[in-house]
Design a protein around this ligand. Structure first.
Ligand code: CTP
Ligand code: MG
Length: 234
């Protein structure tokens, strides 16, 4: 089904978080500004959001030090930047900064990592369907392929059943009122995504929808090569 049609009935704001420094990626520039297919990763991520949810309001959270570079890139590619918001020291703070300036009339908030450029209409539809069915939130997940072990602090480990686990991707969608309330509470370091912030506030009705291997996050140096390859196929 067409995500944009649903979105017409609900005010949707997409927060794209792009204020990280890409420490694990280890390049001179943060990974979201690195070249993917002649354009920076961030531009591809924004274009795909726009293609899937053309009516959504987008807020781009960006580190102030890179605002000039980003605007220069937009000029070079004749790309119109969404409204920009200053990032914070943690992903949590970056999301919070965007929620603080969100426009009125937003019913649903999607939070998306700029480092995941390969968003697809199929993933978008699954998320929108779950929210329209009345769930408090919806997050895309994929099953684990590697065997998994739980490690203890003493160098020991024990295998666990991987069927009990899912890897969580973005965009993650939530009822706006609940997400704003959840983000009004104090930060804790276990809050690595938005679903964990919702859960800490007691909002447990989060649907797990179908993610996509192609929606992987660029984290380590070689990931960008894999995403470049996937972009040719998806
Ligand atoms: N992010 C953000 N503000 C921060 C930290 C992260 O907006 N203070 C964003 C990143 O730009 C990225 C997303 O959150 O799009 C997911 O974070 P991650 O993959 O961890 O990116 P970085 O924090 O940049 O990378 P690293 O942890 O390796 O430094
Ligand atoms: Mg990080």
């Amino acid at each position: 089904m067409d995500g944009a049609k649903y979105i017409g009935g609900k005010g949707v704001c997409v927060i794209v978080v792009a204020a990280g420094s890409g420490r694990r990626f280890g390049a001179p520039l943060p990974k979201q500004y690195c070249d993917m297919d002649g354009r920076p990763v961030l531009m591809v991520a924004l274009e795909r959001i726009k293609a899937v949810w053309p009516e959504a309001e987008v807020l781009l959270v960006i580190n102030d030090d890179y605002r000039g570079l980003w605007l220069e890139m937009c000029g070079r590619h004749d790309f119109e930047s969404p409204r920009m918001v200053s990032g914070g020291d943690t992903r949590w703070q970056s999301v919070r900064n965007a929620l603080d300036v969100m426009p009125r009339g937003v019913d649903v908030v999607a939070v998306h990592d700029a480092a995941r450029p390969m968003f697809t209409p199929e993933v978008g539809s699954g998320l929108i369907d779950a929210i329209c069915a009345g769930r408090q939130g919806a997050i895309p997940v994929v099953s684990m392929v590697d065997s998994l072990r739980r490690v203890d602090g003493d160098g020991g480990s024990k295998s666990v059943d991987r069927a009990e686990f899912r890897a969580v991707q973005t965009p993650q969608l939530f009822r706006a009122d609940l997400l704003v309330e959840a983000y009004s509470r104090p930060y804790s370091s276990v809050m690595t995504d938005d679903a964990s912030v919702m859960e800490a506030a007691g909002y447990m009705d989060i649907a797990l929808t179908e993610g996509d291997e192609a929606l992987m996050k660029i984290t380590r140096p070689h990931d960008i090569e894999i995403v470049r390859m996937l972009a040719k196929e998806v």
